[in-house]
Write a protein that binds this ligand. Structure first.
Ligand code: FPP
Length: 243
């Protein structure tokens, strides 16, 4: 996602930003609307976030769009979210191509309704060759589920004799996660003021800078993202070393 805005691409701009898009329901309630209206408005913020990342030179954007826990919501809300996702994929494909953005997804994608999975697979395949940036949608995603699946894969290989258990290290685990080729996020933004990770990228966020804003996701605009990146730019990352 190359380009320039108030902040230009450089060493102080994160390579990978991950976002917990929270507060859609509260936004709807505050505005006297049904929850789905909050999600619809949230989809607008998603479009803005993709464009702003491109302008700022942020190369990877991962969005927590649907968690494994979200399957426990009322069926009407789940159906509406799935419809919104399908619409988003159809409507955004053109812009992804125009900006050479590749679409990826992480999560238990087999859980998604066939119509959503088909659209997702189609757009991922159609944009796979793009090198202008990567949009990663976390769908039916749960970090503990992801780490457990990685452990299962590793155990299977050890049992089959193709992997020596004594050689298992951090790199082995990382290589068995959903998207081993994508670098860990540098910055994690959460909207709506909650101080939680909510089972999101627990392994990958180990050294990420965290930024929480009270702004609800449907109200999250370019200036809010720029502010988060500006704050990131001013932080000293130590990775457990001395400053
Ligand atoms: C959290 O808000 C948000 C979600 C569970 C869904 C996120 C979905 C979108 C932003 C729109 C569709 C996504 C794409 C990629 C087009 P909440 O409902 O938990 O809000 P609350 O905590 O205020 O109730």
């Amino acid at each position: 996602m190359a380009g320039s805005a108030q902040i230009t691409a450089g060493p102080r701009v994160p390579v990978h930003v991950a976002v917990i898009m929270d507060g859609n329901g509260r936004w709807a309630k505050q505005n006297g609307l049904q929850r789905i209206k909050g999600h619809e408005r949230g989809a607008e913020s998603v479009r803005m976030a993709i464009r702003t990342c491109r302008k700022l030179g942020i190369r990877y954007l991962t969005l927590y769009a649907f968690s494994v826990e979200n399957w426990g919501r009322p069926k009407a809300e789940i159906d509406a979210l799935m419809r919104l996702l399908r619409k988003f994929l159809r409507d955004e494909e053109h812009e992804l191509h125009e900006n050479k953005v590749r679409l990826r997804a992480i999560g238990r994608l087999a859980d998604l309704p066939e119509s959503v999975r088909a659209e997702l697979n189609r757009v991922m395949a159609a944009t796979a060759h793009h090198t202008g940036g990567t949009l990663v949608l976390a769908l039916s995603y749960g970090s503990r589920t992801e780490i457990a699946a990685a452990a299962r894969d590793i155990a299977r290989q050890a049992k089959a004799g193709t992997l020596d258990p004594e050689t298992v290290n951090e790199a082995t685990v990382a290589a068995h996660l959903y998207a081993p080729d994508i670098p860990d996020p540098d910055l994690m933004i959460r909207t709506s003021g909650e101080m939680r990770l909510s089972n999101f990228l627990l392994w990958q966020l180990s050294y990420a800078e965290l930024y929480v804003t009270d702004v609800l996701w449907p109200d999250f605009r370019e200036e809010h993202l720029v502010k988060a990146v500006e704050e990131f730019s001013g932080r000293q990352r130590r990775f457990g070393l001395l400053g």
